[in-house]
Design a binder for this molecule. Structure first.
Ligand code: ATP
Length: 336
């Protein structure tokens, strides 16, 4: 089975081909880089409009080159696309492209939840059975675990996503988007200053710490110290709630997903916490952490095998698509 995946929820115009027999994932991505400020929805959609046909064509070329069947057989078995969550104008372009391809190639269409894809790629590459998943991405931050046919949201941010929170601070100090890697770099030379730390049960909040970080920058506190302390507190919060989720679910497996998962300090904290309680920790390779169509194609293949395809008329996109809205069809028969 070979699946063409298409991703374009925010900044990454991406297409991929996943071959379930060889486990090979070919990914072609074209990132949107704002000239100034953060992600502008209209500009991001214009980028998708230009870049999606290009990346899809490249992925299809790869599929044709590696296709061994007769020319009359389509080079892929289905088209999987991110239906949401994400920016509406971007999602609509991806949805239109996916529908057109499904019709042109006469193959089924699969509507994938982008957040569930962020966590399923970690389950796929780790081989873990029933992990707790920490999604630390730009627009989101969730703790999820599978129970009774759905990924349940055990905890989440009460305001902004973790990457967006960091990016807001870096915009304030005049750094270009994306800010996360720049904070990671600057934090190496920093010392700890006191910043807010807000965890409530398994939920958490970033707005207080971000306002305090901006105020500290305005007051002349060295930016390295703010970056270091931001990382310690924000990642400390994510580590604390992950530990609580492991403890309450009784799971001894944690997987990380999302673009902020590329941060070495976050991975180190989670790894240490897991080691201390005898749990296993897995972070997928960076190309699968940031937004990418590989994760859409991999989950698309699991959904395809479960017969979880959608009719064109039911395939509209959903900018607020929550992970717990997804009926998990591909795990039936697996342990709860
Ligand atoms: P979502 O998946 O929730 O829709 P998204 O589309 O914004 O979010 P991702 O690719 O998952 O995207 O994550 C992008 C975010 O990751 C950006 O906010 C960026 O600053 C952050 N990021 C990237 N590298 C690092 C790093 N090394 N440290 C911290 N944050 C990082």
């Amino acid at each position: 089975v070979r699946i063409l995946g298409i991703e374009g929820t925010a900044w990454a115009a991406s297409a991929a081909v996943f071959d379930a027999e060889t486990d090979d994932v070919f990914i072609e991505s074209d990132p949107y880089q704002p000239e100034s400020g953060g992600i502008h929805p209209r500009e991001a959609a214009e980028h998708m409009h230009d870049a999606i046909p290009r990346v899809v064509e490249r992925a299809l070329e790869h599929a044709r080159e590696t296709h061994s069947g007769p020319a009359t057989v389509p080079p892929v078995d289905a088209i999987a696309f991110s239906r949401g969550p994400g920016l509406g104008p971007c999602l609509r372009i991806v949805g239109t492209a996916a529908r057109a391809l499904s019709q042109a190639l006469e193959v089924p269409l699969i509507g994938v939840n982008h957040m569930v894809a962020h966590l399923e790629i970690g389950r796929h590459s780790s081989g873990f059975d029933s992990p707790v998943c920490l999604n630390a991405s730009g627009a989101n931050a969730h703790l999820l675990a599978y129970r009774n046919g759905r990924y349940r949201v055990l905890g989440e941010t009460m305001d902004t996503g973790v990457g967006n929170a960091i990016d807001k601070f870096t915009r304030h100090v005049g750094w270009s988007h994306p800010g996360g890697p720049k904070v990671e770099e600057a934090a190496r030379d920093g010392e700890y200053i006191d910043l807010p730390y807000v965890v409530k049960g398994m939920d958490f909040s970033f707005s207080g710490i971000m306002s305090a970080a901006k105020q500290a920058a305005d007051a002349g506190t060295p930016v390295e110290d703010i970056c270091y302390s931001l990382q310690e507190n924000v990642f400390g919060m994510l580590t604390e709630v992950s530990e609580r989720a492991l403890s309450l679910t009784g799971s001894d497996e944690l997987v990380l997903g999302g673009g902020v998962g590329q941060n070495a300090r976050l991975r180190e904290m989670l790894e240490e916490m897991c080691a201390q309680r005898g749990a296993e920790f897995h972070a997928p390779e960076p190309r699968f952490l940031r937004d990418n169509a590989g994760m859409i194609a991999v989950l698309g293949a699991k959904m395809y095998a479960a017969g979880d395809t959608i009719a064109l008329e039911d395939s509209r996109v959903d900018p607020d698509f929550r992970p717990d809205q997804v009926a998990v069809t591909w795990r039936s028969g697996e342990p709860e």
